[in-house]
Design a protein around this ligand. Structure first.
Ligand code: GLA
Length: 343
């Protein structure tokens, strides 16, 4: 049985109230904000029975309003990068704002992560909905989007749906940063990581996939068997992992599949992730630089990891990548499950 409750958490000047929803099962407690459909905390038990909050976040609303790192948020209309912020749909050019080097990142300057979503209770959870107007951040079509978080025992499910009035690229994900030792722990070097991917996408120096779908075999990106993340990070070029791992091939049919398993031997905590999406961006918080988080914790580089289940980056410009266009009359559907257990 999951208990669901909510209360007002804060007020954004001129925009209204932000509520905090709490989902509690016997094993896990999850907090969700109506700002950005943010997962504010996930408390799970270690082998010793101790509850710890395993996601990064802020103590107050101000922290989330000024956040630049997408802590816990739903990211859209298009998560990840679009080369040059430019694409062509139905023969028409679209130019988005550039907010990450020469590219557009994570839905633009005022993406879904900064919207206040409408919340309603559902069995075992909360459904958050948002309307993104035609032309929002430069994207075509009015999009009605919802994310439904439900908690069943040890499993938190995020179900995304969207419809659009014009053909638009879409790519939704949740950008939670995890540390299974508990948020505030210095790093993730003692975590064991595995990702069920045979291939990954190499990127150019502005982090756009080159188009090559490269086998992980014989590279530091081979995480098919559990790997201790600290030593492996030393083998990865650049500041750490920030790459799309391919969970399926373009054209594969919709199917939910295992994406990743992370364990933290010292606490016994395990996180399993499954998804219907064709990729997962594995990101080792390379750009966190000492931001102050919950309880005054300082979040630094490699203090956490993200498993952003999604379509492949820049799919709108790369015809060989899985289709990311949502046409009028179609429905975007995406399911991701996070399961918190112990070894
Ligand atoms: C994603 C990107 C990273 C970074 C973070 C947010 O994971 O791939 O490069 O932009 O979001 O800071």
């Amino acid at each position: 049985m999951t208990e669901v409750s909510h209360q007002q958490w804060g007020q954004v000047c001129g925009r209204g109230a932000v509520d905090l929803w709490v989902l509690t099962s016997p094993q896990v407690r999850v907090e969700v904000l109506t700002l950005g459909a943010i997962i504010r905390s996930v408390c799970s038990r270690g082998s010793d029975g101790q509850m710890q909050d395993v996601v990064l976040g802020y103590d107050d609303l101000e922290g989330y309003l000024s956040d630049q790192r997408y802590l816990g948020a739903v990211v859209g209309r298009v998560a990840n990068r679009i080369a040059g912020g430019h694409f062509v749909v139905d023969g028409k050019d679209y130019q988005l704002d550039i907010n990450n080097g020469p590219n557009a990142l994570h839905g633009g300057l005022l993406g879904f992560n900064k919207a206040i979503w409408f919340a309603k209770a559902v069995e075992g959870g909360v459904q958050l909905s948002h309307t993104s107007p035609d032309g929002d951040q430069g994207y075509p079509g009015e999009v009605h989007v919802s994310v439904t978080y439900t908690l069943q025992g040890e499993t938190l499910t995020a179900e995304y749906q969207a419809v659009s009035s014009k053909t638009t690229p879409i790519n939704l994900t949740n950008h939670s940063y995890f540390n299974l030792a508990g948020q505030g722990a210095a790093d993730i070097y003692d975590h064991q990581m595995s990702i069920s991917a045979e291939s990954f996408l190499p990127v150019d120096n502005s982090m756009i996939p080159t188009g090559e779908i490269k086998a992980v075999e014989g590279t530091p990106f081979d995480l098919r068997k559990p790997v201790l993340i600290g030593p492996r990070l030393k083998e990865v070029p650049g500041p750490g992992f920030d790459h799309n791992f391919c969970l399926s091939s373009p054209g594969d049919t919709w199917a939910e599949r295992h994406a990743a398993r992370v364990s933290h031997p010292a606490s016994g905590r395990v996180l399993e992730v499954s998804t219907s999406q064709p990729g997962v961006q594995f990101y080792t918080a390379n750009f966190l630089d000492g931001v102050t988080g919950k309880g005054g914790a300082k979040y630094g580089k490699h203090s956490s990891f993200c498993l952003e289940t999604q379509n492949w980056p820049d799919a709108v410009n790369q015809p060989s990548f899985p289709d990311c266009l949502l046409c009028p009359g179609e429905k975007y559907l995406h399911v991701t499950r996070f399961t918190f257990t112990t070894v």
